[in-house]
Design a protein around this ligand. Structure first.
Ligand code: SF4
Length: 356
């Protein structure tokens, strides 16, 4: 295994790696505690770990590979980070404050190939997957930011909804989840972690069969194939019928609810007739489904889409409720900064191009 960042290990992998080198499991647990509970910034700070173990870690691993380029703070407490990876690529991570706690939205790929027509991230094609270490380190950087503020606040929730299609980077995202869930480390409960996919049906089935047991959200955004293909070209390859089969499999297998994300685009998919069609599509699955309506955040590059009118949002919501479907409207965060996913990154890249 070629791991250069210590955050790339799950606990089981760290135990195995140290055992192969003649060190006991208890040593690995000690290191894990320093990484995720005491949250030191260097191996040398692990001051009750045997010096030879510290030396071994220093020889083989680094702790910090992400450098902070920009940090935007919103009046509502949202903080948006732009990080530079070791290879120079830029990624975004967002910290959001809710009544129920602090959630972090992580990026899983550099760019994205899914190409949703409303998305600023999809404008920049995928150049590579993030390693599990790079995804874990986003959480650690945000936690370090909180630690420095000295309020003893903890990241309590994670949404895997930043740039990239997480199921197109399945192994690394799975290992990331195993690490942040681990109860001896960050101990973020599985019900507080949500993975959002554009609807890769085969991977939804693999996810349902896995040991991960975290929440699943699916970007639906339209109630029929014609409209969904216009908004999300992935629908051509994986039409709604196939997606619904995968959702049914997930519901039966996991015994958990699934969230259907629906971004509201003015006069495109936000009519009451669309709401009615969506209710029919959900049909008998209604007890296993929550619909999350997301008012669109306009981005310069997609002038064809506008934010829905308030009355359209309310009318859509009313149809859902009347049909007995669990539904919520997503509250907005960071509207005074570059709130839409990918906006900060694409702005910075354009700025860098102008400078060079
Ligand atoms: S919405 Fe998500 S899946 Fe779609 S292009 Fe943007 S990052 Fe990719």
């Amino acid at each position: 295994m070629n791991i250069s960042s210590i955050y790339g290990f799950t606990l089981d992998q760290l135990i195995a790696w140290l055992e192969e080198r003649g060190h006991k499991k208890s040593r690995a647990l000690q290191v894990w505690d320093w990484l995720y509970r005491k949250r030191v910034h260097s191996f040398a700070d692990m001051n009750d770990v045997k010096p030879e173990v510290v030396a071994l870690l220093e020889e083989n691993f680094v702790m910090e590979t992400l450098t902070e380029q920009v940090k935007q703070q919103s009046a509502d407490g949202t903080v948006k980070f732009l990080f530079k990876l070791a290879d120079g690529n830029l990624i975004e991570t967002v910290l959001m404050r809710h009544k129920f706690g602090l959630s972090v939205c992580v990026t899983t790929q550099v760019g994205c190939n899914i190409g949703c027509s409303f998305c600023a991230s999809g404008l920049l094609k995928k150049s590579r997957d993030l390693t599990s270490a790079e995804i874990v380190e986003q959480i650690m950087k945000v936690q370090f930011h909180l630690d420095e503020a000295g309020q003893e606040e903890r990241v309590s929730h994670i949404v895997v909804m930043g740039i990239g299609e997480p199921f197109d980077n399945f192994t690394n995202v799975s290992n990331f989840i195993r690490t942040v869930k681990d109860h001896k480390g960050l101990a973020i409960g599985p019900r507080r972690i949500t993975v959002s996919t554009s609807g890769l049906a085969d991977k939804i089935i693999e996810f349902a069969d896995s040991d991960l047991k975290v929440n699943l959200a699916i970007s639906l955004h339209a109630p029929n194939n014609e409209l969904r293909t216009r908004i999300m070209k992935i629908n051509k390859a994986i039409p709604i019928e196939r997606l619904m089969e995968a959702i049914d499999y997930y519901l039966a297998k996991s015994n958990r609810k699934v969230t259907l994300e629906y971004i509201l685009l003015r006069d495109v998919n936000d009519g009451t007739e669309h709401a009615q069609e969506l209710a029919e599509l959900i049909g008998a699955r209604r007890n296993g489904v929550t619909v999350n309506l997301i008012p669109y955040n306009p981005v310069d590059e997609h002038g064809q889409y506008q934010r829905s009118r308030k009355e359209s949002i309310l009318a859509f919501y009313d149809v859902m409720k009347k049909q007995g479907i669990n539904c919520s409207v997503r509250l907005e965060h960071g509207t005074d900064i570059d709130a839409a996913c990918g906006q900060l990154r694409s702005k910075q890249i354009k700025k860098d191009r102008r400078i060079s």
